[in-house]
Design a protein around this ligand. Structure first.
Ligand SMILES: NC(=O)c1ccc[n+]([C@@H]2O[C@H](COP(=O)([O-])OP(=O)(O)OC[C@H]3O[C@@H](n4cnc5c(N)ncnc54)[C@H](OP(=O)(O)O)[C@@H]3O)[C@@H](O)[C@H]2O)c1
Length: 329
């Protein structure tokens, strides 16, 4: 088999998820991490040592200016995404930015426009999309196995510790269920129905710190199909998805990090797809980004910047219904 051209990664914001991402990059063919950038030199050095990364910078700007780095993975809290991604794009780098892509559609529009004008690769790290199980589900759908999807039920939630200063509950760090975990079922609905909802109805519980700890939202599409979605950062929710079609249904347990999916077609035996890969699953999004770079593309065809922007518009609309605004807005 032909060896893939190596792609050099930089890591921006060496925290919790960046550590997991770097561990998974080992499983992405042709990926090499050459530098890390932190707000503090000590943190960059600690991360670099732990993961065997050659260069450690005490600022994000220095990382962006590293000549060997081709693509930067942005893994800071969401309110920082817009500025951090812009720092990388201005330095001419390709970017893979953690979910949610930005805090608002306006921010997403600004980044997308800059990347497009400068012919730079830009992609949201919505890793669920690139998992083999989810690719299989899309295959089943496009083959019409369950007919027309009329109902999607998808929930996502986990019980975070009570830490009002932490990223999840702190409004200054863009806390709340919608942007952190709710983005998964919302992006999933966008993938399934391929368009923005025509109608949105929602309910929310705003907690002590003022952020949405729990929400429910129903989308209706122009053809009448419905998506029923829940998100929480204070409840251990069974994060499953069910897609009900006119000819059958698909069940995806823990759809965020889907390892299996079962197809039920009326009158037939269930068909089970299982992904036995050992890694966490971040390698697939990295492979997608690298493939695009090798082919000279500026976007992923699986999740385009236009769709990411559309998703952020939906998120804005939900937040507007709740009157949820962040201190920096
Ligand atoms: N794909 C997934 O499964 C997944 C899972 C968890 C999180 N995420 C996403 O990844 C992003 C980061 O989440 P995380 O849990 O990794 O966050 P985190 O550990 O709290 O923060 C990541 C790093 O961001 C940097 N940072 C920059 N500005 C900061 C600020 N004002 N306050 C605190 N840290 C700041 C810090 O690194 P330095 O100070 O060293 O620069 C910090 O270590 C979020 O957008 C989140 O939604 C994705």
């Amino acid at each position: 088999m032909k060896e893939q051209k190596k792609i050099s990664w930089g890591i921006l914001g060496p925290g919790n998820i960046a550590g997991q991402f770097v561990k998974d990059l080992v499983h992405a063919e042709g990926a090499q991490v050459v530098a890390v950038g932190s707000r503090t030199k000590a943190n960059a050095e600690r991360f670099a040592e732990k993961h065997g990364i050659p260069r450690a910078y005490g600022s994000y700007e220095e990382l962006a200016l590293d000549n060997e780095v081709e693509i930067i993975y942005v893994a800071t809290p969401h309110p920082a995404h817009k500025d951090n991604v812009m720092t990388c794009l201005r330095a001419g780098k390709a970017v893979l930015c953690e979910k949610p892509f930005t805090m608002s559609a306006n921010e997403a529009r600004e980044l997308t426009a800059y990347a497009e004008a400068n012919k730079l690769f830009l992609m949201e790290a919505m890793w669920t999309r690139y998992l083999p199980t989810i690719r299989k589900v899309r295959e089943w759908l496009s083959a019409g196995k369950i007919g027309e999807v009329r109902l999607l039920k998808a929930d996502a939630g986990f019980r975070s510790d009570w830490n009002p200063e932490g990223r999840l509950l702190n409004p200054k760090l863009g806390g709340g269920a919608l942007l952190d975990i709710g983005i998964y079922p919302i992006s999933f609905a966008s993938m399934i129905f391929g368009q923005a909802p025509a109608k949105i109805v929602s309910a929310v519980h705003l907690g002590e710190t003022g952020v949405d700890e729990q929400f429910a939202v129903t989308f209706q599409y122009p053809n009448g199909s419905i998506a029923n979605l829940n998100g929480s950062i204070r409840l251990q929710v069974q994060s499953d998805a069910y897609l009900y079609g006119t000819e059958g249904y698909i069940f995806i347990p823990n759809f965020l990090s889907a390892r299996t999916a079962t197809l039920f077609v009326a009158g037939g035996e269930p068909e089970i797809f299982a992904d036995h890969n050992v890694a966490h699953g971040f390698a697939y999004e990295a492979e997608e980004a690298m493939q695009a770079l090798r082919e000279g593309r500026t976007a992923s065809e699986i999740l385009t910047p236009e769709e990411t922007l559309q998703i952020m518009k939906t998120v804005d609309a939900i937040r507007a219904e709740w009157g949820l605004r962040y201190p920096f807005e």
